[in-house]
Design a protein around this ligand. Structure first.
Ligand SMILES: Cc1cc2nc3c(=O)[nH]c(=O)nc-3n(C[C@H](O)[C@H](O)[C@H](O)COP(=O)(O)OP(=O)(O)OC[C@H]3O[C@@H](n4cnc5c(N)ncnc54)[C@H](O)[C@@H]3O)c2cc1C
Ligand code: FES
Ligand code: FES
Length: 375
């Protein structure tokens, strides 16, 4: 649930859970889930390996126990037993690309005989420098039965236990109020038998089988050779070059640069079949890969079905965002040729448009019954 709330599909196709925890911002969504789940972090270095509970991993705002020579190898979570229940929630200011106003992981265990709560691990994020299990909530909930009244009182305890800050995303008063409401709703949901399952979100082409160049190739390469829109291309790569800059300098300028920081989606291209933000992709990672840009969607004779539909629905005004929308939309239709409105909105949530107002863009995909072909 937490992973599917991070950024947008294009971002999730590149970002890792380990990157999320090592950044150690209390707003990072996987942290509340992993802290509540009592995960362990396995750390390697030339000196050896160590395993530490994630609850001891964070030492302050954006600080961890990692030494300079250490890398996180993996994260382990204890298996749930049949008495374990739990959920996760996030409140943000929009449904994608939104840093959490508050987020929380909730893991409870209920005694089969007495029906009383025996474990209450609730980790609330974005309300303090470090995400940790709430001792106040644990103390209140252990021994109680999970009922509506318990949920209401626990929400009160949660509100009193946190002391959030005012910032651009929300005032302290708002965070406190929203935390109480979300905790109460989550506990009521669990008391009524809610079973957590991730929302069905389009992956925009992400798959485990895609090839990634090996690290030795990445560290030595100074010229990138890859397939762009079905044609082999080789061109030099500058230091710190992004795939977006490399494409615009060497191939064509159809792929647009909006924000350069993963927020707008204008630079969306397919990398080995997955939609990614090319502004956040180091060029070296495209070596040996297959890239599809906006120029690869149409053939000489025929526009891609999503391009036809955008024209029919007038889904374009200034056109700056359009290449990114079209590549994301074509990737969605390759995955699911009759997406629901929710799936269209979720797939395109990482793409911003300042002119059209989105309705015509969504409409153009709603009526499409054709499968995109990529290149
Ligand atoms: C537009 C945008 C929206 C975002 N939205 C959200 C959001 O909604 N919710 C959220 O939680 N996050 C969000 N993020 C943050 C980001 O997506 C995550 O933190 C992401 O998971 C980072 O993963 P990465 O693999 O790219 O890490 P990187 O950025 O490559 O690395 C992050 C840090 O971790 C270190 N690191 C990476 N791997 C290891 C390792 N194995 N061992 C030791 N250190 C390591 C790196 O050196 C670096 O310091 C957003 C980011 C952007 C750009
Ligand atoms: S997301 Fe890449 S330019 Fe905005
Ligand atoms: S059509 Fe102008 S930004 Fe989308």
């Amino acid at each position: 649930m937490a992973c599917l709330e991070i950024g947008s599909a294009q971002l999730r196709n590149r970002a890792t859970v380990v990157g999320n925890i090592v950044t150690a911002s209390p707003a990072n969504d996987t942290i509340s889930a992993l802290v509540a789940l009592d995960a362990k972090v396995i750390i390697d270095s030339s000196e050896g390996s160590r395993e530490i509970p994630i609850r001891d991993f964070f030492t302050g705002f954006r600080k961890t126990v990692l030494n300079r020579s250490e890398l996180v190898r993996s994260i382990r979570m204890p298996r749930w037993n049949k008495h374990t229940i739990g959920t996760w929630f996030k409140v943000g200011n929009r449904s994608a690309q939104a840093i959490s106003v508050v987020h929380a992981g909730i893991v409870l265990e209920i005694d089969e005989v007495t029906d009383a709560i025996t474990r209450a691990d609730i980790a609330i994020g974005s309300v303090s420098e470090v995400v940790s299990v709430s001792e106040a909530l644990r103390e209140y909930l252990i021994g109680k039965k999970l009922r509506g009244a318990t949920a209401k009182a626990a929400a009160q305890v949660a509100g009193e236990a946190i002391s959030p800050i005012d910032d651009i995303r929300g005032t302290a008063t708002y965070r406190q109020a929203v935390t109480k409401t979300a905790i109460q709703r989550s506990l009521v949901g669990l008391s009524e038998g809610f079973v957590p399952s991730p929302q069905v979100a389009p992956l925009l082409g992400w798959n485990l089988g895609q090839s990634v160049p090996s690290q030795s190739e990445i560290s030595t390469v100074s010229e990138i050779a890859c397939e762009v829109n079905g044609t082999s291309v080789a061109a030099p790569m500058g230091a710190n070059s992004t795939l977006l800059g490399w494409l615009r300098a060497n191939i064509s300028t159809g792929t647009k640069e909006g924000c350069s920081e993963g927020e707008c989606g204008a630079c969306t291209v397919q990398l080995n079949g997955s939609a990614v933000m090319s502004c956040l992709t180091p060029t070296a990672q495209a070596d040996g890969a297959s890239v599809v840009t906006i120029e690869g969607l149409a053939t000489e004779e025929q526009l891609h079905p999503v391009q036809e539909r955008f024209l029919e629905e007038f889904a374009v005004q200034c056109g700056f965002c359009t290449p990114g929308f079209l590549v994301a939309a074509a990737t969605l239709l390759e995955e699911n040729n009759s997406p629901s409105d929710d799936e269209i909105e979720s797939a395109l949530a990482g793409n911003l448009c300042r002119c059209t107002g989105y309705y015509s863009i969504i409409k153009s995909l709603r009526h499409s019954d054709k499968t995109g072909s990529g290149s």
